[in-house]
Design a protein around this ligand. Structure first.
Ligand code: CP
Length: 345
């Protein structure tokens, strides 16, 4: 009997080729430390492109990247577009609200039509968890799919740009305590960050928030320490990651009010004093000022929020170029196989 694969093994099998190269980037589940470090190292190499007179490299020249954003986005969509352009790809930005999706076209039909235009890579954001996996299992090989955030499940490039930012400030992951504060229940960012932080070997990941916004059995299921008290959660941490309250994914009953939330879990300069003196403050954006944190913290000396955005460009260039590199290997192998078949007559 063939044993069922674990969710992690399935995710790895879908995302990696037989040699362990990245084909798709859908989730951090099942990816090992060496691969995450490789992504961070390659990202470092792309930071310099922003300082060049001509901010372009030819790694994806001749490739077509289609950005399919079925949910709103500012940072992720624009940095994916810019990353693709800096890699010299041609970019299609489908405006979903004015596309045939609004007339009822199915996701698969939209994909098939874009495939008919020889798109090489789809970057997908969707409200449904699993949408990027679904697309990756339906595209024609070797088309690559990158998850730009699906439902409450995964936002792998956000987590990797966060890891890049942490490494720039703290150098090593070992020895770090990281607090993730807020609406963890609805956060694809938090899920991906927790996987990344544990894979990269931090000492402790703390999840801090009201019991209504922390997943049940988070300690065992996610490998974190849960704190429902902000003071306890922030004590001696190296990194504070604040999360947005995802009101669009709540149907009431999670919180008495935003005012109450800020009173109990909002980050103020005084509360920042509970963390280590050199602790950094992060937020994936968009920020709700006065809800998740005071403006003085968001704009303060310990905030690295805008660095996260800049780093997102380099990380997305790294991930896209890795997937296109794997695609080129597959195309070369298919070309050789076709030649051999012809030679065999
Ligand atoms: N962090 C993030 O995903 O932001 P956007 O929704 O603006 O893309």
């Amino acid at each position: 009997m063939i044993p069922f694969k674990s969710q992690q093994e399935q995710a790895a099998a879908l995302q990696l080729d037989a040699d362990g190269n990245l084909k798709h980037f859908l989730t951090l589940d099942g990816l090992d430390r060496a691969l995450l470090i490789d992504i961070l190292d390659r990202s470092k190499g792309f930071v310099g492109v922003a300082q060049q007179a001509v901010k372009k490299v030819p790694l994806c020249r001749g490739k077509i990247v289609a950005n399919l954003f079925f949910e709103t986005s500012t940072r992720t969509r624009t940095t994916f577009e810019l990353a693709a352009k800096r890699l010299s790809a041609d970019v299609l930005n489908l405006n979903i609200s004015t596309s045939a999706t609004a007339k009822g076209e199915t996701l698969l039909d939209t994909l098939r039509n874009l495939e008919a235009m020889h798109v090489d890579m789809f970057v997908v954001r969707h409200a449904d968890s699993g949408a990027a996996h679904f697309i990756a299992t339906h595209v024609a090989p070797p088309v690559a799919v990158i998850n730009a955030g699906d439902g409450c499940y995964s936002h792998p490039t956000q987590a990797m740009l966060d890891m890049f930012t942490i490494r720039e400030h703290k150098r090593d992951f070992a020895g770090l305590t990281v607090a993730i504060v807020g609406d963890v229940l609805h956060s694809r960012v938090a899920r991906s960050q927790i996987v990344a932080l544990n894979t990269l070997g931090v000492d402790e990941v703390r999840v801090v928030g009201p019991s209504t916004l922390v997943p049940e059995r988070a300690e065992a299921a996610l490998g974190v320490r849960v704190c429902h008290d902000l003071r306890e959660g922030l004590r001696d941490v190296d990194v504070i990651i604040l999360l947005r309250l995802q009101n669009e994914r709540m149907d009431g009953g999670f919180l008495p009010s935003e005012h109450e939330y800020f009173h109990l879990f909002g980050l103020t300069e005084k509360r920042l004093g509970i963390a280590k003196p050199d602790a950094i403050v992060m937020h994936p954006g968009p920020i709700n000022r006065g809800v998740e944190m005071d403006s003085s913290v968001a704009d303060g000396a310990r905030s690295v929020i805008l660095e996260q955005v800049s780093n997102g460009l380099a990380v997305r260039m790294a991930v896209m170029s890795m997937c296109i590199g794997t695609q080129n290997l597959a195309l070369a192998a298919a070309g050789k196989a076709a030649e051999a078949e012809l030679a065999d007559g």
